[in-house]
Design a protein around this ligand. Structure first.
Ligand code: ATP
Ligand code: FE
Length: 337
């Protein structure tokens, strides 16, 4: 079974071809235009998707070595995301499915981040049900109990910013370009994580809050810069390492709480922040230290990609769950919908 997956929820245009659950191609066009604005500009994102979508899909088919007549279904991201961005992928997928007279499958982007764990790959461990997934992305921070592919329960989530935002906003305070998460990760490798201490938020056992951390970092930097205008330049590595250490500590504390509360020791991570080298290393350590079984996605399936849309489409295809012809993009969509 060949499925074409299309992802266009935010600022990456991506297309992927999957054959019986194994990835044949996963092409991603990153949009560079947003870096200079310090964040994603929705209007520019939709326009770039419009430009990229045809070449990206063509490249995905080419790399997979198939043509459109061999496709069994088209899967696309229905939401959540930026409306203008979603509309490009949705309209394109609808038209292509109609032209080819094959089923159309709508995919929930947040389920797809989690279901990337079901991509068939020699090196991948597939989690058994039920497992717990910590979804850490640019717009979400959630602890999800996954009872079945499409039976999910949110056990806890952030009450304000997402963890990806915490990384990106901290990076912005340090004068780093958007998205700053990967840069904090890079500089943190060269610094001392215990150089500066930031307090962890006091919220419920399975809840997150990151807006206080951002403010704490802001006040800390303002105070230091008053004494030494070169403070950031001279201590960038230590600052990044300390911020990252604090964030990862918060995430691990919550995972320990959820294991205690549910008794589930199969722990997965998903979403863009799961690309972070510190969280990956700490989870590997937890595997031995706490006797958890951990599931860490391959690097290319962490940030937005169409492979995760294609695998979710494949899992829905097996259940004959197709979209109606009047399906629409939905900017707000819960992981449980
Ligand atoms: P959502 O999936 O919630 O709609 P999104 O699709 O915009 O949001 P993703 O693409 O899953 O988010 O993740 C992007 C986020 O991941 C950004 O905030 C980015 O800074 C962060 N990120 C990517 N790599 C790393 C890394 N190595 N360390 C920390 N953060 C990272
Ligand atoms: Fe995402």
């Amino acid at each position: 079974i060949y499925i074409l997956g299309i992802e266009s929820s935010c600022d990456d245009t991506s297309a992927s071809v999957i054959c019986d659950g194994a990835i044949l191609s996963n092409v991603i066009a990153n949009q560079e235009v947003h870096a200079q604005y310090g964040g994603v500009v929705p209007e520019l994102a939709s326009r770039a998707h419009q430009q990229n979508i045809v070449p990206v899909v063509q490249q995905a088919l080419e790399q997979a070595g198939i043509d459109t007549s061999q496709l069994n279904a088209i899967a696309f991201t229905k939401g959540p995301g930026l409306m203008g961005s979603l509309l490009v992928g949705t309209s394109f997928a609808k038209s292509l499915a109609m032209g080819l007279q094959i089923p159309l499958i709508d995919v929930n982007h947040m389920q797809a981040h989690i279901l990337a764990h079901f991509i068939k790959d020699e090196s991948a461990k597939i989690p058994p049900f039920p497992f717990v997934c910590l979804t850490i992305s640019g717009g979400h921070t959630q602890i999800v109990r996954v009872n079945d592919h499409f039976k999910m329960e949110v056990l806890g989530e952030t009450i304000d910013d997402a963890v990806g935002e915490a990384f990106d906003k901290s990076a912005k305070l340090l004068g780093l370009p958007y998205p700053g998460g990967p840069l904090i990760d890079k500089y943190a490798k060269l610094g001392n994580p215990k150089a500066y201490a930031f307090t962890k938020p006091k919220v419920g056992k399975l809840e997150f809050s990151f807006s206080g951390l951002k403010t704490a970092i802001l006040y800390f930097l303002q105070k230091q810069l008053k004494e030494n205008p070169d403070f950031i330049k001279e201590n960038l590595h230590d600052i990044c390492a300390s911020i990252q250490y604090t964030i990862v500590e918060i995430l691990l504390d919550k995972l320990k709480n959820v294991v205690k509360e549910t008794g589930i020791k199969h722990i997965a991570i998903a979403g863009g922040v799961s690309a972070n080298s510190e969280i990956r290393a700490r989870l590997e350590h937890a595997e031995k230290y706490f006797n958890w079984t951990t599931y860490i996605p391959k690097f290319e399936y962490t940030t937005d990609n169409a492979a995760m849309i294609a695998i979710t489409g494949y899992l829905k295809y097996l259940k004959n769950e197709y979209a109606d012809e009047n399906v629409t993009a939905t900017a707000r969509l819960k992981v449980t919908e």
